[in-house]
Design a protein around this ligand. Structure first.
Ligand code: NAD
Length: 502
């Protein structure tokens, strides 16, 4: 990795913050610092935007043929394969994931680069010919890069979220400045190194490590930024949207979720069905300690099934092995920070005060670090904060329903709309319910998988726009209509005639 504290990359040069400020990166497993990065500010951001602007207006990347752009993305994918173990281990330590999750994240990042390389390659030059209704008119719509993109990412999937923005932005021919979360910036710095190693022209990729309220806010308001793509929480996302509106730039927001996992009793009518639905409910809620935007944090289960389902789920939640992600047998790491731990504790306390019944977990285990035990809260209802708001910790709430209509109403009763699942053995019901759910991704008898080929994003307050899929590339493009008159003549709209000819 780049020399300590030189984690800002501007126009081809690695450097420290202009102010000299630094930040310690904390290992969430034992709450001790293990790395130091540059703490950039508004002036570093201005430099980075100027570099990206010059690289877009005068540089090679936007003018690079599509086939060469795709080839570079594929080289990045190959470098990710080469460095999988190193990067996976760094992600594991920085974000508190298991090593296996860290490595799988690297695979998903690689797949995003490959996918967008293939997508632009297969367009064969793009361009849609429009039938203008006349042989004398030639009309075509082409797609061009937006320009300078500001990419702002969160701490739960630092590298993955970065790749969902960087890969399409570059595939489309843009230049960018990325600002990773200030608490987990390390793998994004490594990704910039790989882009340079793969041969990306200098200035096309810039990174400023630093806080959201200075670096992030400056990016969102900067007049030379053409697009801001933000993934993070609702509060910061709203501020970004406001700044983007004031400066009239394109904006894409991937925000939070409060995702329902609806289980009908018919899905559990066999022992295998029951085991699968419980196992996946566990995975939906507790993978990466629930710090997943699409976490299935609301279990909505058919009333007669509740006691059996919750008993088994709680038994298994108690067995989840917490620890350092690189240690053998560990299934779940800690929360990412002291702040996230305090937030989770406060939600559990408020739920219990509001009448929830604790079935598993409920507190911190003994020892150092930001660990919180996987928690199941039964007898929850919509009036509770813990049911309405995103906890972003290992906390599962249980609600029940008696009819299909009630299940759908509960699942849609959220200001968010990122993802949701329905478990049933009835094919007609599965399709009916999937059609009625107001969420950007709906799983039937599954939870969590996504495909780079399919759009990802949310209804409601889960965001604006989409990542991945053709829609994820479209975010980074402007449409241009080129209308050519093959037989120009005067229109004679105005009465006066032209006297001077030639
Ligand atoms: P956050 O909003 O605190 O921070 C996200 C990023 O925004 C960070 O880089 C931060 O520094 C920056 N930021 C903060 N304030 C800013 C401001 N005023 N202007 C510009 N940038 C600012 O979110 P977080 O705590 O890092 O991440 C957790 C959130 O991210 C959760 O709500 C989660 O649901 C969401 N998330 C959503 C998706 C998705 O695909 N929809 C994916 C991952 C995470």
């Amino acid at each position: 990795m780049t020399a300590a504290q030189q984690t800002i990359h501007v126009g081809g040069e690695w450097r420290a913050a202009l102010s000299g400020a630094t930040r310690e990166i904390i290992d969430p497993v034992d709450a001790t610092p293990f790395e130091v990065v540059a703490e950039g500010g508004a002036l570093d951001t201005d430099d980075a935007v100027a570099a990206a602007r010059a690289a877009f207006d005068f540089g090679a990347w936007p003018r690079t043929p599509v086939a060469d752009r795709a080839a570079l993305l594929r080289r990045v994918a190959a470098l990710l394969d080469r460095d999988r173990d190193r990067i996976g281990a760094l992600e594991s330590r920085d974000a508190g994931k298991t090593l296996e999750e860290g490595r799988l994240d690297v695979d998903c990042v690689r797949d995003a680069f490959r996918y967008f390389a293939g997508l632009v390659e297969n367009e064969n030059g793009g361009g849609r010919v429009v039938d203008a209704g006349s042989d004398e008119i030639r009309s075509v719509v082409v797609h061009e890069p937006v320009g300078v993109c500001a990419l702002i990412t969160p701490w739960n999937y630092p590298l993955l979220q970065a790749s969902w923005k960087i890969a399409p932005a570059l595939a489309a021919g843009n230049t960018f400045v990325i600002k990773p979360s200030e608490i987990t910036p390390l793998t994004t710095v490594v990704l910039i190194e790989l882009l340079l190693e793969a041969g990306l022209p200098l200035g096309a990729a810039n990174i400023v490590t630093g806080p959201g309220d200075t670096v992030g806010a400056r990016l969102a308001e900067h007049p030379d930024v053409d697009l801001v793509s933000f993934t993070g929480g609702l509060v910061s996302g709203t501020k970004v949207a406001r700044s983007a509106a004031d400066s009239v730039k394109k904006v894409a927001l991937e925000l939070g979720g409060k995702n329902p996992n609806v289980v009908f009793a018919d899905a559990c009518s066999t022992p295998d069905g029951f085991d699968t639905a419980v196992d996946q409910a566990l995975n939906a809620a507790f993978i990466h300690s629930g710090q997943v935007c699409s976490a299935g944090s609301r279990l909505i289960v058919e009333e007669p099934l509740r006691d059996r389902f919750v008993a088994e789920l709680s038994r298994r939640a108690e067995l989840i092995r917490l620890g350092r992600g690189t240690d053998a047998g560990v299934e779940c790491g800690p929360l990412v920070s002291a702040a996230q731990l305090a937030r989770t504790e406060s939600y559990v306390a408020s739920a219990l005060a509001e009448g929830a019944v604790l079935r598993a977990g409920g507190g911190r285990p003994a020892g150092p670090g930001y660990f919180f035990r996987p928690t199941v809260l039964d007898r929850c209802h919509r009036g509770m904060r813990v049911v309405r708001e995103e906890v972003f910790g290992p906390v599962l709430t249980v609600e029940t329903f008696r009819t299909e209509e009630e299940a759908v109403a509960l699942a849609n009763d959220t200001e968010y709309g990122l993802a949701g699942a329905v478990w049933t053995s009835d094919e007609h019901r599965a399709r009916r319910v999937a059609g009625l759910l107001r969420h950007g991704t709906v799983w039937i008898n599954d939870f969590h998988p996504y495909l780079p080929q399919a759009e990802w994003g949310g209804f409601g307050k889960s965001g604006i726009g989409r990542e991945l899929g053709p829609g994820g590339l479209a975010e980074y493009r402007e449409a241009k209509h080129i209308y050519q008159n093959l037989a120009p003549r005067p229109v004679r709209w105005f009465a006066g005639t032209t006297t001077a000819k030639g």
